[in-house]
Design a protein around this ligand. Sequence first.
Ligand code: SF4
Length: 317
Amino acid sequence: MCRNNKRYYSFNKFLRDWFGFRVEKISIDAGFTCPNRDGKTGYGGCIYCYNPGFVSPLSDSRKTVRQQIELGKSRQRKKKFKGKYLAYFQAFSNTYAPVDTLKRLYDDALADEEVVGISIGTRPDCVSEEVISLLEDYAKKYMVWLEYGLQSIHQKTLKFLNRGHDYGQFEYAVKLAQNRGIFICAHIILGLPGEGEDEIHETVKKIGDLKIDGIKIHHLQVVKGTVLEEKYRKQEIKIFSPDEYIELVCNLIEILPPRIVIHRLIGDIRPDLLIAPRWDLSKTQILEKINQELKQRNTCQGYFADYERRDSGSDLR
Ligand code: SF4
């Protein structure tokens, strides 16, 4: 039941399977904003958000999309990378503009012959039939990922986070984009206040039930200057230890359907902006430990997904 003895279906593996060569993402800041900040939906944004903390420091909205792609490519070339690229529209809400503006920006990325697709991070309340039709057109020729920030399916949590949308809007946005050639990825955060393992399992289970194509998992991180930082200083926020996080992530991988592509298993924030957790393990070390833990358990992605559970006699170790 595990793919080539891999413990989970990584995004890198998916890209290699799809294209037959290596593909790297280039992060783009195309100068978008967010309706949860500019007043359309709300002010102040999500309580954990300080966008520069989450966005690759290599992207730069003062440069054009083409220039950012050129820069991204030259950095990869220095590392002797020989594959192609996905343009990752990462900063803020990357469908929050008139459709002709979106088309101009996405076209700009795809004009580069080495760019084989786009990945677009956005909010579930920032898509419309018009936007999805545009993406559907691109998907006939390129790989298109639509990454929706969800974080949790629980209304109480979404309200606490000041997300400015509800779960129903997420489900609507998913259904609007499904069966149109577009890959859909949901972002979630583990360790949100008021949520234990049961609530997190419910979110992951729902992502499986909705037949979403990919998941991006982050651990809760407290970033400088956010409302979350104030709550953390007042000791209202619990932060995972590395061991707690590794155990939880392995439990989730085991219930996640094997076909779901795992884009990420841990958050990544500019170290100078990170208040907590300050783990003494690197991201790579945490990922290694997740693999080791799954190996130790002799399980892999989907091992306990209800509808695919099997009594596998095979030993993966
Ligand atoms: S939706 Fe995204 S960009 Fe907007 S405030 Fe929330 S985390 Fe920040």
